[in-house]
Ligand binder design. Structure first.
Ligand code: SF4
Ligand code: SF4
Length: 63
């Protein structure tokens, strides 16, 4: 599965109500900050779904 960040909903890390909560929650380092956006490193993701369940803007999905 691939984690997808909807950048329209995310609104960039500086505007995140959780101050980049998804990055803090991902202990696999599959989500990193790049130019104020969230970048996904697919090969590190273990499908734990913590980021999906906790994003305050529901900006994260998987396909
Ligand atoms: S938790 Fe959601 S709104 Fe916050 S940076 Fe991550 S994807 Fe964006
Ligand atoms: S599903 Fe889990 S491992 Fe994958 S990006 Fe989200 S928090 Fe990280």
């Amino acid at each position: 599965m691939t984690v997808i960040i909807d950048l329209d909903k995310c609104g960039h890390i500086s505007n995140c109500p959780g101050q980049g909560l998804c990055i803090q929650l991902c202990d696999q380092k599959a989500l990193i900050e790049e130019d104020n956006d969230v970048k996904v490193i697919d090969e590190n993701c273990n499908d734990c779904d913590l980021c999906l369940m906790n994003c305050p803007n529901q900006a994260i999905s998987k396909s």
